[in-house]
Structure formats: C-alpha cells, structure tokens
Design a protein around this ligand. Sequence first.
Ligand code: NAD
Ligand code: TDX
Length: 329
Amino acid sequence: MKILATGAAGFIGSEFVKQALERGYDVCVVDKLTYAGDLKRLEDVLDKVSFYRADVTNKEFVEHIFERERPDVVVHWAAESHVDRSILDATPFLDTNIKGTFVMLDTAKKFGVEKFVNISTDEVYGELGESGSFTETDPLNPNSPYSVSKTSADMLGRAFYRTYGFPVVTVRPSNNYGPWQYPEKLIPVVILKALYDEPVPLYGRGENVREWLFVADCAQAVLDVVAKGEPGEVYNVGSGEERRNIEVVKAILDIMGKPHDLITFVKDRPGHDFRYSLDTSKIESELGWKARVKFEEGIELTVKWYLDNRKWLEEKRRYLEELWSKVYR
Ligand code: NAD
Ligand code: TDX
C-alpha cells in the first residue's frame, strides 16, 4: 500500500511519514520546500522514501509524479500554515491552500486513488467563547485569511465527494506542538526568545485558549483515518488539553528556569480567535483513537528537544527577524 504525502518535509507531515513507514506503508513525499519545509526532519528516513521537490499547484508535475508512483492513498498536508503571515499577505495561502488542494484532488481522482485524506484544521469552525466544543456538523465560520483558505480547501473536498463520489476524508486537528515545529508558532517562539533572555511576545493579555495536541498523537490519528476512515466523513482530532496562552508560556519558562518577567504583552493579532475546542467523540467511538500525551508531559519533552537541537532552532532565526519586526509591536 503506497501513500503519497504532500507537505511532508513540514512539522506534522514528517512525523506522519516516520510513523507510516513503521506501520509498513510505502511512502512518497511531495514538497516544495518553502521556508517552512526542511528535509532535515526526514533525514533518518530519506533513504526509505521517494522524494519529489514539487509545488502542489503545478498540475503537470503533479500528474507526472502520479504517473510514476501510482499511489493508493493521498494524505494532503501541504499548506501555508501560519495565521500571522496570512494576515500580512494572503496570496500564497490562496495559491497553495486552495488551488494546490484542487490540483491534488483533481489529479488523485484522475488516477483513481482509493482514499484522499484532506488535512483541514479546527480554525475552520471559527471561535468559541469560554464554553462549548465544536462537533463535525457545526457550521464553518473562519475568520483569518489562513482559515478561510483552509475552509475553501475543506469545501473542495466536500464537493469532490458529493459531486464525483471521490473518496475524500477530512481531518480537523487542533493546535499541534512538539519537536521540529518551525519557530514562528507560539511554543517554539517562546523557547527561542527565552533561550536568549529576550522579551517573550504574548498577544493581547494572553487570555486566548488553544487545545494542544502532541504531534505524534496527531500523526497516529491520521494513520487511523488512512486505515479506517469513512469516505465523505469528517473527523475532529483534539486532546482536550486546553490552556490559556499565558499558562502555556509560564509552563515553558518554568521548565527552562527563566523568569516570568520576560513575558511582554504586544499588540493583539487582528481578528484573533478567542478559543478553539473540539469534540472528539466521533473519532474515539468510530476509529478507537484517543490522544495519549498529556500537556505537561508533551511540553517537557518538547522544550528538552529544542534545547538538545539548539542549532536547528538558531538556524531558523535569521528568517524570522523580518516577520517579527512586522508582527510584534
Ligand atoms: P508546516 O508549515 O510545518 O509545513 C508545511 C509544508 O508544506 C512544508 O514542508 C512546505 O514546504 C510545504 N508546502 C507549502 N507550500 C507548498 C506547495 N505549494 N507545494 C508543496 N509543498 C508545499 O505545516 P504543519 O504545521 O506541519 O501543518 C501541516 C498541515 O496541517 C497543514 O495543512 C496545516 O494547515 C494543518 N494543520 C496544522 C496544525 C498545526 O498546529 N500546526 C493544526 C491543524 C491543522
Ligand atoms: O508570538 C506569538 N504570541 C502569541 O500570543 C504567537 C506566534 C502566537 N500567539 C498566540 C496566538 C494564538 O492565540 O498563541 C496562540 C497560538 O498561535 P499560533 O502558534 O500562531 O497558532 P494558531 O494561530 O492557533 O494556529 C495554529 O493552529 C491551527 C496553526 O498555526 C495552524 O496551522 C493550525 O491550523
């Protein structure tokens, strides 16, 4: 059984590839290697996968890859993934996340793949107040250019299932964290800043809530969807581990032995969603998946990984100064 995984030089996709190989799948990877892609994440397994440096919006090249590889299943991770960047310039988000998903769906349909797992996000539902959780049938109310582009991709998957009977399965994970996450996202930003005793930027008052899912748990859920997910269905993937951003930051500073006065409140993210929370009873009862890693355990592991891999973290810094100068005011 061969899986074609797009965007698998990225944070979650690379963990997915490692677990897929362990489960005995053949794997080929299609990734453009944008600023967020890095083959170092796949270093230990590169000899076991076929790798194509390709843009998912390039229909001709994508068709050529399908012709050569003839995958049974597609798992579509490739995306522009950072909300703040989408606020600064939505263009690559519309190209990759919408057109790229269309090209992947259309090509996979043409080649008759057995299952297309489309990776969506909890952000498609919009924001919640202090209580409640989203179920898979809730309406979609995305608020940022990023989440609108992901919702469009999600809806294209729906249309391919409804219109052509093409076997699309949609997965909506909550905020992932763990080793190898690009240090533009909250958790590795905090680790990187604290490492240098620099101000740790928190938007607004740090009160917003996210549901933190350890990356290995997310990859395992998607593999369960590959094996058992029903075409046309949507599965939420969350951990129940909700934390206010300020609690997350304090937990990291405590593990690193850094003072809380590094925390600096900066201008809030425009349109900042207050809270996300997923009801995961569907994937738990139908596929038997449940998140295993508790936040306190996962965050400890994650901080340790970054401290042990300081060089990788520091290498990324030079690509971040420009983004930070625009976002942290
Ligand atoms: P990431 O930014 O770390 O990786 C994205 C990968 O996609 C990179 O390797 C990049 O090179 C590749 N890519 C980007 N544009 C491409 C293009 N045009 N053609 C081919 N490859 C391209 O992202 P991630 O955090 O690993 O997220 C993976 C997926 O999961 C995305 O679809 C994202 O929307 C979704 N998701 C992420 C989270 C999270 O917390 N990180 C949560 C829910 C859903
Ligand atoms: O410096 C920061 N300070 C801060 O307060 C950053 C980078 C973030 N934040 C806040 C914003 C959010 O409330 O922390 C929270 C998490 O922010 P991000 O790490 O940027 O993630 P988020 O915007 O929640 O989106 C993530 O989860 C859903 C992923 O980036 C998306 O790809 C995924 O779909």
